[in-house]
Design a protein around this ligand. Structure first.
Ligand SMILES: Nc1ncnc2c1ncn2[C@@H]1O[C@H](COP(=O)(O)OP(=O)(O)O)[C@@H](O)[C@H]1O
Ligand code: SF4
Ligand SMILES: [Mg+2]
Length: 399
């Protein structure tokens, strides 16, 4: 059985937002490196979970892939075409295939439009159906996502959070897309309805042969839905593997820390396990740390980590990791790390690792600029605020 074909091939994707200063003469003084060189494939029919702390660049990645933001650099190959190379006119027909479901169903639906108009908007923009046919299609979509088609004339505020997310899903499905970025679609919902929405999305994926990039801020949220999981930190990928490997054999220290925070249903194991608490905050993407961007918080960092950027490479078949420890099995063993060459006896001659002290000595070069220097962060030309995203999608497509 060969690997499923990639639907999307992302190569060295970068999304930097310029930061300007000056009232009369505006000049670019810095950049927010929200996404800084991602390379991975999204396979046809899979759900790829994308996980990482808030602010690490997950939403920006999703938006840059479907060209809601036009990337600063890199390639996004879809059907053999590099989406980054296409102008708006060339991109327009492809936007049907590439949709997004947003985190906040309250902010992403235009409150002045009826549900019918919201779901019909992409059909209108792509000239897919008119008049009675369009209305029938909207009602069919409402039925598919579990909304009563008789409510077609109601406004978003008349629905609950879960129902609003269903409206967003119906809207995303309207043009029969092939790929959907699901940007934390359940994190703003009550726990009681999260499972219903997850089940709906799984059913839809099967029924309509969809491929998902499913974004979440913790590993527990993507556990059931993902075939593979990518772990992101400060604009870069730390690890990417099938779900099972991420859970049982995390090879990157950041994944290991995230995993240690995932509750285990067995009370005995849960009681005995140790949680790895990461110290400090995520550094600013305006001045990311040198070398490995995780070195300021990594419990295993040593001097090489501050100097060299670890390559994101295949450590085991299908398991990609960016960490220097992979080149140093001795060190891994001494640390008692699980995974390849790890989990070995700690009796092996210990490699001296004094990461903490080293980090402490290190006058870190990555601290965020002081607040007094607060700078105006420009949204890229194609960068709408989150709340307008849905309307913008259509508006942009309409151009
Ligand atoms: N339009 C924008 N203009 C400037 N900076 C942005 C913009 N969108 C996101 N950022 C910055 O990029 C970084 C990543 O943001 P985001 O992709 O929203 O992270 P996540 O979804 O992982 O929480 C953050 O530092 C954020 O402030
Ligand atoms: S390269 Fe070094 S700092 Fe980065 S994750 Fe690996 S051990 Fe930690
Ligand atoms: Mg986000």
């Amino acid at each position: 059985m060969g690997e499923p074909k990639p639907l999307l091939q992302i190569r060295n994707l970068k999304m930097h937002f310029p930061v300007y200063r000056g009232v009369f003469i505006r000049r670019e003084v810095s950049r927010v490196r929200a996404v800084d060189g991602l390379s991975f494939d999204i396979r046809k029919g899979e759900t790829l979970g994308l996980v990482g702390e808030s602010g690490c660049g997950k939403s920006t990645t999703g938006r840059a892939i479907i060209q809601l933001y036009r990337p600063t650099d890199g390639e996004v190959l879809f059907d053999g075409k590099d989406l980054c190379d296409l102008d708006d006119g060339e991109l327009h027909p492809l936007r049907r295939d590439l949709q997004m479901i947003f985190q906040d169903p309250y902010a992403s639906l235009n409150p002045r439009m009826t549900v019918g108009d919201i779901i019909a908007e992409p059909l209108r923009v792509h000239k897919l159906a008119k008049g009675k046919k369009r209305r029938e299609r909207v009602q069919q979509l409402m039925d598919i996502v579990g909304l009563d088609p008789r409510f077609i004339r109601r406004y978003p505020h008349e629905f609950s959070g879960g129902q609003r997310q269903r409206i967003g899903i119906a809207r995303a499905l309207a043009c029969e897309p092939r790929f959907i970025v699901c940007d934390e679609p359940i994190s703003a919902l009550d726990v009681s309805i999260q499972a219903q929405i997850m089940n709906l999305m799984e059913d839809l994926q099967r029924e309509f042969d969809l491929t998902f990039l499913f974004i979440a801020h913790d590993l527990a949220a993507v556990r059931h839905i993902s075939d593979r999981i990518a772990v992101m930190y400060l604009g870069r990928l730390a690890e990417l593997a099938d779900g099972e490997s991420i859970y049982t054999n995390p090879l990157h220290p950041y994944t290991e820390a995230l995993m240690s925070a995932v509750p285990i249903p067995d009370p005995e194991i849960e009681r005995d396990r140790t949680q790895i608490v990461l110290e400090g905050d995520v550094p600013s993407p305006m001045s990311p740390p040198s070398g490995c961007v995780f070195h300021t918080r990594c419990p295993y960092a040593w001097d090489r980590c501050k100097r060299e950027i670890p390559e994101f490479k295949e450590a085991e078949p299908g398991h990609h990791v960016a960490c220097h420890l992979l080149d140093e099995p001795e060190r891994r063993r001494a640390l008692g790390m699980a995974g390849r060459d790890g989990a070995a006896s700690t009796e092996d001659e210990a490699v001296e690792v004094s990461s903490k002290e080293q980090s402490a000595e290190d006058p870190t070069d990555e601290s965020a600029p002081p607040e007094s220097e607060a700078e105006e962060v420009a949204s890229g030309e194609d960068a709408p605020p989150e709340s307008e995203s849905n309307h913008e999608t259509a508006a942009e497509a309409e151009k």
